[in-house]
Structures are given as C-alpha cells and as structure tokens.
Write a new protein. Structure first.
Ligand code: ATM
Length: 263
C-alpha cells in the first residue's frame, strides 16, 4: 500500500506540527491503517518512505551475487530517469563504514552474536539518519545491498539472538523505514560459500563461521520471506546472471505501479 507523494502541508505535520483536519485528505486512503490512525489522531508520525521515495533491499547468503544484481537494477532504474541511491550494509555512511571494518574482518569469534547485533544496528541507525531517510525524503529510490533481514538471519537464525529482542531493537532503530520490497537471493549454501571464498578478500569473518551457521541463516531468510510474502520475493540465485536479472526486474516492476506506466 503506497502513496506516491503527499502535499507539503502533510509533510510539515510529519515534522512535528499538529495536523489540520482535512489537509491532504485525498491521499490518506493510500496509507496503511496504522498510519491513518495516527494521522487522524492529530499527530503525524508517518515515515518518510511511506510518503516519498522507494526502498528496495537485497538479501541472501554468501556468494549469491547480490552486488551484481544491485548494480544492474540501479542502472536500469537510472535509465528510467530516476534518482537512485545505491548503498550497502553494514556501511553506507562514513560512520557505518567504520563499524563495517570492525564487523567483517578478524576471527569468527571476535564478537558474540549479541555484540554483532548491537553494532549492526548502531551502523544501521547512522546509515538511516545520514543516507536512507534523507534520500527517501527527497523522493529518491534507495537500493541497499543487505539491510535488517541480514541481522534477523545472521545474528538471529544463525547466531541465536532472540527474535523478540531483534524486533524490539528494529522497532526503535528502523521504525517505519522498512523496505518496500526485499529481494532474497537464494542458493545452496556450499556453492555460495565456495564462490565467496574464491574471492579471497579480507572481509571473510562471516564466511568462516561454518556450514551449519550458513544453513540456519539461509533458512532464516526463507522463513522471513514466507512470513511477510507481500513485501518479499525469493529468487533462485544459482543461475546465470542474466536470467536472475530478468527475474529481479520482473519483481521490481510488479511491485511498483509507477514503473508500469508506458510499458
Ligand atoms: P557483504 O559481504 O554482503 O557485504 O556483507 C558483509 C557481512 O555482514 C555478511 N557476511 N559476509 N560475508 C553478512 C554480515 N551482516 C550481518 O551479519 N548482519 C547484518 O545485519 C548485515 C547488514 C550484514
């Protein structure tokens, strides 16, 4: 349920002013029920992404080819004349990139899953404040290589942090800035790990966590996708790059009505 753009009056209300009844009423019908309730209560706490840009996240295990597909999608959206911010997690802002270095390098046991979760969300908080929310607020599309479902999968399903705690942190940090669409790139764990390890880079802390860990997180992504099917698409990533790109575009095209105009 999406609203292309709300009038300036409504945006000012979002910034903390009390709502004048009737302002932007023609658009209220395209907001979520919870947002409508808040709107009519007089204080608009609508998220910026609900009102403005579009937010797409790519998720998946190691070696699933996310980065290649992110680049291809960004190029395609830009080809439509859209402003697109390509970003990634952990990272995406200078502060979050500094945390990334701590998170992805070193021994597998360097951080507990709980410490990782808190650092991931600290990085995410900075990324949201400095990059994602400003981009969405000006109407840009944001395409992010990993987002909060990686925390659910790696620190939750893989690392054993309680899902209820993750959701509590997520509500505080991500709040309403949830992705509009999550593309889960799925492939067998062993093939993905072989691909990732063959890259031989120094960001290999998570790769070294063992097969069972990666099996659990793969299942974590799939469980999440079936729990929230309207915002998730699972794509078979064990295929040629071009075939995957076709499916990614199909998923994006179907999810956003504005892309269908003139097609
Ligand atoms: P990329 O390699 O996809 O850039 O991601 C870096 C690592 O960060 C990735 N594992 N590896 N390799 C998964 C991990 N990660 C988490 O564990 N939790 C998170 O919330 C995020 C965003 C990433």
């Amino acid at each position: 349920m999406r609203c292309a753009r709300l009038p300036v009056r409504v945006f000012r209300v979002f910034r903390g002013e009390v709502l004048k009844q009737g302002a932007g009423a023609s658009r209220i019908k395209c907001l979520s029920a919870a947002s409508k309730d808040r709107y009519f209560q007089g204080v608009n706490t609508l998220s910026e992404h609900e009102q403005r840009g579009r937010f797409i996240a790519f998720e998946g295990g190691e070696g699933a080819g996310k980065s290649t597909q992110v680049k291809a999608l960004v190029a395609r959206l830009r080809g439509r004349g859209l402003e697109v911010v390509q970003t990634r997690e952990p990272g995406g802002s200078p502060g979050a990139e500094a945390l990334r270095d701590l998170l992805v390098q070193g021994d597998a046991g360097r951080w507990s899953a709980l410490s990782e979760l808190l650092m991931m969300y600290a990085a995410r908080s900075d990324h949201l404040e400095k990059v994602i929310r400003p981009a969405l607020a000006r109407g840009a599309w944001v395409v992010c290589d990993r987002f909060a479902d990686s925390s659910r999968a790696y620190q939750g399903a893989g690392g054993g942090v309680a899902p209820a705690f993750i959701e509590q942190v997520d509500r505080a940090v991500v709040a309403d800035t949830q992705p509009d669409l999550v593309i889960v790139m799925d492939m067998p764990v062993e093939a993905g790990l072989l691909r990732a390890l063959s890259r031989g880079d120094k960001e290999n802390r998570f790769e070294s966590k063992g097969l069972m860990f990666h099996e659990r997180l793969r299942q974590g992504f799939l469980d999440r996708a079936s729990a929230v099917p309207d915002r998730y698409r699972v794509i078979d990533a064990a295929r040629a790059i071009e075939a995957i790109s076709v499916d990614v575009w199909d998923a994006v095209h179907r999810a956003f009505a504005e892309l269908q105009a003139g097609q």
